[in-house]
Structure formats: C-alpha cells, structure tokens
Design a binder for this molecule. Structure first.
Ligand SMILES: Nc1nc2c(ncn2[C@@H]2O[C@H](COP(=O)(O)OP(=O)(O)OP(=O)(O)O)[C@@H](O)[C@H]2O)c(=O)[nH]1
Ligand SMILES: [Mg+2]
Length: 283
C-alpha cells in the first residue's frame, strides 16, 4: 500500500491557502491521463470563490477522445476547462489568451479606473509531476522554474513574471490527505505523481497490464513482441513473459519499472485511465 501525505504536503496546502487571496485566478492542473483521480478536492475548498481554470496537462499522452469527454464533463459542471500539451511552444500564448478572456470583466473594470496595465496574478496548483513548472515556463517563455521527470521537483513557492502583464506563482505538487483508494493510488503512481521509491512497481505494473490489455491491446503486443496466445495469460504470467521478452530473465521488478516508464513515455500508445462513463455509472 502506498504511504500518503508526507508533512510537506500539509505545508503546501497551508501555503496555498495563505496565497490564494493574492491572485486573480487559480490554475488547477490535472493529468489528462487521469483527470478525475488527480483532482485535489482541497483546492476547491481553499480557492473559495476565486475564478478557476481547469487545465488537463499532457494531453499528447492521453486518448484524445476521452480528453474531449472530460472537457465536456468539467464544462457541464461549470468549470472553465482546457487541455494542453506543454511541449508545444504555442501553449503559453494560448493560456494567456484564455485567461484574459476569462478575466475580461475584471480587466475592463480596472481600465475604467484608469489602470491601463492590470497585472494578472495566477497561482498554479496540482499533484506532483503534473507539469506545473513546465506550463509556467511556457507562459513566461524561458526556463524560470526547474522542471524534471519525477515527482517533487519544485520544493517551494516561486513567483515568475511574464512581461508586465502576468505574475505566476509556481507551487510544489500536492497529494491530499486520507486518500485510501487503491485504484486512484495505482493511477497516480503509473502517471508519475507519486515518488517511484514509495510504491511496489510490480503492483502498479500489474494494474497497468490489466488496463492496457483491455484498452491498448495492439500497443502492448507490438511493444513487447507478444503473441495472441500470450494475451490469454493471466496478468502475472504476462508480466513474466514481458520480463523475458525485454531480456531481463526473471527480474520482474525491473521489468515492471520498464513497463511503467514505457507507458509514461507514450511507447504503448496514448491512454486515459479515468473513464467518464464509469464515473457516471457510479453516481
Ligand atoms: N508529454 C508531455 N510532458 C509534459 C507535459 N507537461 C510537462 N511534461 C513533463 O512532465 C515532467 C514534469 O514536469 P514539471 O513541470 O516538472 O511538473 P511539476 O508539476 O512542476 O512537478 P513538481 O514540481 O514535482 O510538482 C517533465 O518531464 C516535463 O517535461 C506535457 O504537456 N506533455
Ligand atoms: Mg514543479
């Protein structure tokens, strides 16, 4: 079982609470591969009545049809919601435009008061590794914030400036307290929101295999040179087969990590772990 909520996560929520009144808008980042599982319910509570923009990141790694379904889902709930690929250099400009549009009344009101250049302030929050710093770097058009492909890169809050019109507050990733749902934990681990050292890679790999054989069957077969017969094996036996096929003999833990990293790099194909239909069925 994954150990949740180290002390610095509590501190991050507290810091968010302390700073939210300084900003005009909250960027709430969720991972497009698991938009529902990566929502932090604390953010809504703490943001109170600040405008919020839900941003589904890493859309390039997610199933585009399901991403569209999630965007519709969030819009129906009254959120402003968009999806982005922060590797794309046009993303910064796009976000700036969306934000100005969302805040147009506020900007017009400050113009009426004779303030020609209202500085828009935003705070960016989300689970670790969701792409907060990468997105903000795109908006400010330089590598102002450190980024890295592991959970927990940003350690403290940092203001970034984009010209004289935007000020952006980057924050450390937040995982929320009392999260006991094993499936959610597996999804967050597979997509990289949880430090790799604190979960069992074979558990997460088995979860991934079970998902991919249903949803990315061809990608799985191709990546690991599997046969139709192999696809009849149990998840555990399939993992052992993959371990052999990638030349790792019986080191299935190392093979598990390979499978996890391959899926994060998109080598098995785009995928989305959370389904809108399933959520609708539950409610
Ligand atoms: N493919 C893809 N990769 C992305 C995208 N956005 C971010 N990344 C990658 O995801 C990894 C994490 O990005 P960061 O910006 O450091 O994430 P963060 O949310 O700031 O993470 P913490 O500071 O650890 O909470 C990096 O390797 C980025 O290159 C995206 O839209 N698409
Ligand atoms: Mg960061």
């Amino acid at each position: 079982m994954i150990q949740w909520f180290p002390g610095h996560m509590a501190k991050a929520i507290r810091q968010f609470e302390e700073n939210v009144h300084l900003v005009d808008i909250v960027f709430e980042l969720v991972d497009a591969r698991c938009p529902f599982s990566s929502i932090n319910p604390e953010v809504e509570k703490v943001s109170k009545n600040k405008p919020r923009l839900m941003i589904l990141t890493k859309a390039d790694l997610a199933n585009p049809n399901v991403t569209n379904q999630w965007i519709s889902y969030f819009k129906n709930k009254g959120y402003a919601a968009i999806s982005v690929d922060s590797k794309n250099n046009t993303t910064g400009k796009y976000i700036t435009k969306v934000v100005k549009d969302l805040l147009k009344d506020k900007i017009a009101a400050s113009k009426d008061k004779g303030l020609d250049n209202k500085v828009i302030r935003a705070i960016c929050v989300g689970v670790p590794n969701v792409g907060k710093s990468t997105l903000l770097n795109q908006i400010v058009k330089r590598r102002a914030a450190q980024v890295g492909n592991r959970a927990g890169v940003t350690k403290g809050q940092q203001w970034l400036k984009a010209g004289n019109e935007l000020e952006l507050l980057d924050t450390p990733g937040i995982l929320w307290p009392k999260f006991e749902n094993e499936e959610v934990a597996n999804k967050l681990a597979l997509t990289g929101a949880i430090k790799d050292s604190i979960y069992a890679s074979d558990d997460v790999a088995l979860f991934a295999l079970n998902f991919f054989r249903q949803h990315n069957r061809d990608g799985l077969i191709k990546r690991y040179r599997l046969s139709e017969e192999d696809m009849e094996l149990s998840d555990v036996d399939l993992l052992l087969k993959i371990t052999k096929n990638v030349g790792m003999r019986d080191d299935y833990e190392r093979a598990s990590m390979r499978l996890i990293l391959d899926s994060r790099k998109g080598k098995i194909g785009p995928f989305t772990l959370d389904s809108v239909d399933e959520l609708d069925k539950e409610n």
